[in-house]
Design a binder for this molecule. Structure first.
Ligand code: FAD
Length: 495
């Protein structure tokens, strides 16, 4: 069993930014940072459009960013949280720049602001169409400066160690699927989202809702799970995850068209292609149902080729890899699961309802997004809350120097020889398809009640499997996905 002052689970933007912030303030504090994948793999790595912030009062204002965020959130956002995030954004962005994030500038040296759906003005800083990758690189580079951070890859957190509503660390499987525990004064969950719960998602394979499910099993309050955001324009391919076509391309002037070449979205909303994601996803699902096609198209043929090449090189490349030339033909797109707006409830310092447990990033619910996240507000949320949590943890550690003792069983398991790969794959597919149908029915305003019984039955089948296979990462992930799915369905049906 290992002991540390602070345990961070997750190496996306929420985990890395917090580790750096805390290590800067507390160079003598032992920090262990773990990820179940390699150093880079995360939702963060795939972020395209960028990060929203008011960097000057000429282009935008705090009030307009606040108002756009609240409008997207449909009355479910917390106004104080929205104000805090928006007003603290410029300072946090300046830090990201100082840490080496290469946000694009125009030829006259000004920020090259992008525009995305739901934003009344262009206010998105980006690095071409691969902002997330640029951020991960810069943050990992900064992280390497600190001797007091121990970074472990391919370590999978299974459960939190919790006694009397206090968290004392977590239980893990190493890459040989052997169990061990890390005890800590502070545990910080930055485990990201859960898009893999659906059969079509933009999220990578790691996004299985692990942190959310762990926190929920441990008794932490989880909220707003009904609010799952679908992104309207994912490239239609036979694979999951699907490749995202950033909204910035619509901000740049691309049209959504149906099989007759008609721009149909104005029938649903006066802002057309720049309406928020929930409105566009619903409009596309309805158009697909009406026309009998399983997708619509995104048309870039009228846009300036040189400008497209310079702003969206990766999208052009990825479309080409899938056999589409976006200069000459409309490309097939359909909505896909993209972002978990709800999550583990935290206060404005990132504290959950369990002592010693913090959460940040996509696994957390801060009150910023409400029912629907405004584009490019999630990377921002993660850096702002990383800062707030680092201040809070630094002061907690000052008051409480010793590692708190956990007297419960940490449970060690050995490898189970029974192969269950086929069964796991079958149940995973059934779960993902059930959840996609659920979301489709919701968008088309069709009955949802039968999904309650369906998910309960699938959940108990998965639970049976997981009881006997505590040493298998893939079964833990499946169980976490099933728990997340149940939280989404129950929150939709019964709240
Ligand atoms: C294709 C795509 C494009 C996007 N574009 C944008 C954009 O332009 N702007 C924007 O603001 N947002 C965007 N988003 C959303 C944004 O990228 C994410 O919400 C954000 O990066 C989440 O950061 P995070 O640190 O919370 O989680 P992640 O970046 O997902 O990191 C999660 C980390 O936790 C680790 N982990 C998970 N479970 C375990 C476990 N059990 N044990 C150990 N480690 C674990 C993972 O390995 C990973 O290191 C996009 C998302 C996608 C998928």
């Amino acid at each position: 069993m290992m002991q540390t002052d602070v345990l961070i689970i997750g190496s996306g933007i929420a985990g890395l930014a917090f580790a750096i912030k805390l290590a800067e303030r507390k160079p003598k504090t032992d920090i262990v940072l773990v990820t179940k994948a390699d150093r880079f793999e995360s939702n963060t790595k795939y972020a395209q459009g960028g990060i929203a912030a008011v960097m000057d009062n000429i282009h935008s204002s705090f009030e307009s960013h606040i108002s756009d965020t609240l409008k997207a959130g449909k009355g479910f956002s917390n106004i104080q949280t929205v104000r805090m995030v928006v007003e603290k954004a410029p300072k946090r962005l300046q830090e990201l720049i100082a840490w080496g994030t290469p946000f694009d500038k125009t030829s006259d040296g000004k920020w090259d602001y992008g525009l995305e759906g739901g934003h009344s003005v262009a206010r998105i800083l980006h690095h071409k169409d691969q902002t997330g990758l640029a951020l991960e690189k810069a943050l990992l580079q900064q992280l390497s400066r600190f001797k007091n951070i121990q970074f472990q890859t391919e370590v999978f957190a299974t459960d939190l160690l919790v006694q009397n509503k206090r968290c004392y660390g977590a239980q893990f499987l190493d890459k040989n699927e052997q169990s061990f525990s890390i005890q800590s004064n502070i545990t910080y969950l930055a485990t990201g989202g859960s898009g893999q719960v659906f059969s079509k998602t933009t999220n990578p394979l790691i996004a299985t809702g692990d942190g959310l499910a762990m926190a929920s099993r441990a008794g932490a309050v989880v909220e707003h799970m009904a609010f799952y955001q679908f992104h309207p324009t994912a490239l239609v391919t036979s694979k999951n995850p699907v490749f995202l076509i950033t909204e910035a391309l619509r901000g740049f002037g691309a049209y959504l068209i149906n099989h007759k070449g008609e721009r149909f979205v104005f029938k649903h909303h006066p802002e057309g292609e720049l309406a928020t994601r929930d409105i566009l996803s619903e409009a596309i699902f309805k158009e697909m149902q009406k026309t009998g096609h399983d997708h619509v198209w995104l048309d870039c043929r009228h846009l300036d080729r040189e400008a497209l090449r310079s702003h969206f090189p990766n999208i052009i490349l990825q479309c080409k890899k899938h056999g589409f030339n976006l200069f000459n033909e409309p490309i097939p797109v359909a909505p896909a699961a993209h972002y978990q707006c709800g999550g583990i409830k935290v206060n404005r310092e990132g504290k959950t309802t369990l002592h010693g447990l913090y959460a940040n990033g996509e696994c957390a619910s801060t009150g910023l997004h409400g029912a629907n996240r405004l584009a490019s507000n999630s990377l921002l949320e993660a850096v702002v809350f990383a800062h707030e949590a680092a201040l809070s943890v630094a002061s907690e550690l000052k008051q409480n120097k010793t590692t708190a003792g956990f007297s419960g069983r940490t449970g060690s398991v050995s490898k189970n020889p029974v192969t269950t790969t086929v069964k796991t794959a079958h149940l995973k597919k059934a779960l993902q398809e059930l959840m996609y149908r659920f979301y489709l029915n919701k968008s088309l305003e069709m009955p949802l009640k039968p999904f309650g019984a369906e998910i309960d039955s699938l959940f108990s089948e998965i639970k049976k499997l997981s009881v006997y296979h505590k040493s298998s990462q893939s079964i833990w992930e499946l169980q976490n996905m099933a728990e997340t799915a149940r939280l989404i369905i129950n929150d939709t049906l019964y709240e």
